[in-house]
Each structure stands twice: as C-alpha cells, then as structure tokens.
Ligand binder design. Structure first.
Ligand code: NAD
Length: 257
C-alpha cells in the first residue's frame, strides 16, 4: 500500500489503459479522481472494488477552463493531487493531405496540451509537499513514427519532450516526471484500427489483429492495461525516486528494431 493517504488523478480513465492504471494505483491505497467520457458507474465500481475512495470529474481535456475546474475539484475533494497521470488520448488515421484540420487540432489539444494544463496546475501543491509523480502516457509513437498518424506522432513526441523539460525543472525536488510509451494495447482505441483494417482488406477481425501485431510488435503480444498500471506503481515507489525525465517503452521490442 505505497500510496495510502495520497491522491491520484488519471485523465481518460473511464476506459482502457487509464482505467487499468487507476485500478492499480487504487490497490496501492490512493484516492482516485476519474475522468473521461462514456459510462462512469462501471469504472467507478471497478476502482471502488480496490478499496479506494473515488471521485469523478467529466472535464473535456480539449478545454483548458474545464481542466482548471477538474483540478480545483480534486483539490476540494481530496486536498490536492499527488500522482498525476496524463493519459487521455484520441487517434485519427489519415495521410497528411487528407487529415481533417479539426482532428489535428483535437489530437494536439487532448494528447499534448492537456498535459501542460494539468501539470501546471498540479505542480504548486506537489512542490509544497515536496513529493509528486507526473506520469505521461505517451506511446511508441513518442519515439518513432508510423505513416498516417502525423498528429498523434507529433503530439506524442511533444509529450516526451515536455516530460524531459518538466523533469529538469523539478530535478532537485521530490517530484519526478516520466513518460510511459506503450506499444499495442487492446483497448477501444486500437479495436477501431483493427476493425478498419479488417474492412479495408476484407479479412476477419482475428486476422486483422494478427496482421496489426505482426507489422510492428516483435513479441506478437498486446501489453495489458494492468501491466502498464504496475509500471506506474513502480514509478510511484521510492525505488524510482531518481528515475527522471525518461520515456519507458513497454512495447514488445517494437522500438528495439
Ligand atoms: P481508450 O479509447 O480506451 O481510452 C481513452 C480515454 O480517454 C477514455 O476514457 C475516453 O473517454 C478519454 N477521452 C477521450 N477524449 C477525451 C477528452 N476530450 N476529455 C477527457 N477524456 C477523454 O484508449 P486507450 O487505448 O486506453 O488510450 C489511453 C492512452 O494511451 C492514450 O493517450 C493513447 O494515446 C495511449 N496509448 C494507447 C495505446 C494502445 O495501443 N491502446 C498505445 C500507446 C499509447
């Protein structure tokens, strides 16, 4: 229970990786602030089942004013944020010349700028308490590129850069900032890409899933939200006190190639 008495806010935690991370942090005793769209009661119950106190705020991560309201809500509810996990993210797949301008703007706002807003608002409290963890869920696409994902790759590379700068600014404090870079994780975000591939190539979803893994991920295995959650728990542990400004890939050797 390394997070007893601490509070973790995980953006985009009503689904997928964010929910998995929230559950792992809750298991370590943290109060949890959930955020995201869609069903809220299911995710709330899943996190409460870990024995945590749970609150939810529905801020849209593309809107700075709503992010400010969410951070104030976390402060009012639990007295501040000790562990900030910037996880909310969306994807759009298209060649640059066909990329809808509105999708570009949304991806940059949600996958990159929201982390700046949550972090700038969380840091004063973390500095005062001289303890904090900022964990940015980037991607292998923060380290390498794929075609047809220009906005996502730009945002995730930006998030890795932001992680490094924040780690430098906080280097002599008890606040660490790191990024986690997953390869494929079987969540709704990736299921959409599998379904699109199946439709495009006229193949079954199973075959499309195998093709997706085979193309990029040498282990031919998906990473699970729970495995990423346990990496986040490690980053919160005293063993990681001096692990700063890193982009940790958990990617089945994708970026080893
Ligand atoms: P997901 O679609 O399952 O979950 C995304 C979450 O973000 C949901 O809770 C959704 O409601 C929330 N969200 C979306 N737009 C939002 C907004 N405007 N405001 C607030 N919340 C919003 O996706 P996931 O696969 O779990 O992805 C989570 C993160 O992990 C993303 O940043 C994604 O880029 C990253 N990632 C995913 C994979 C993968 O293979 N799934 C790989 C690398 C990185």
């Amino acid at each position: 229970m390394i997070l007893k008495g601490k509070t973790a806010l995980v953006t985009g935690s009503t689904s997928g990786i964010g929910l998995g991370i929230a559950q792992c942090l809750a298991r370590q005793g943290a109060n949890i602030v959930l955020n995201g769209f869609g069903d809220v009661e299911g995710p709330k119950a899943a996190v409460t089942a870990m024995g945590a106190k749970v609150a939810y705020h529905g801020a849209d991560m593309s809107k700075p004013a709503e992010i400010e309201a969410m951070m104030a809500f976390a402060e009012a509810t639990f007295g501040g944020v000790d562990v900030l996990v910037n996880n909310a993210g969306i994807q759009h797949v298209a060649q640059i010349e066909d990329f809808p301008v509105e999708r570009w703007d949304a991806i940059i706002a949600i996958n990159l700028s929201s982390a700046f807003h949550t972090t700038r608002l969380a840091l004063p409290g973390m500095r005062t308490r001289n303890w904090g963890r900022v964990i940015n869920i980037a991607s292998v696409h923060g380290l390498v590129a794929s075609a047809a994902k220009s906005a996502y790759v730009a945002a995730k590379h930006g998030l890795v850069g932001f992680t490094k700068t924040a780690a430098l600014e906080l280097a002599t404090t008890g606040v660490t900032v790191n990024a986690i870079c997953p390869g494929w994780v079987l969540t709704p975000l990736v299921q959409k890409q599998i379904d699109a591939r199946a439709a495009r190539d006229g193949i079954s979803a199973d075959k499309a899933r195998e093709a997706l893994l085979g193309e990029k991920e040498p282990s031919l295995q998906f990473t699970t939200p729970e495995q990423l959650g346990e990496l986040a728990v490690f980053l919160c542990s005293p063993a990681a006190d001096n692990l700063r400004g890193q982009a940790l890939a958990m990617d089945g050797a994708w970026t080893a190639q």
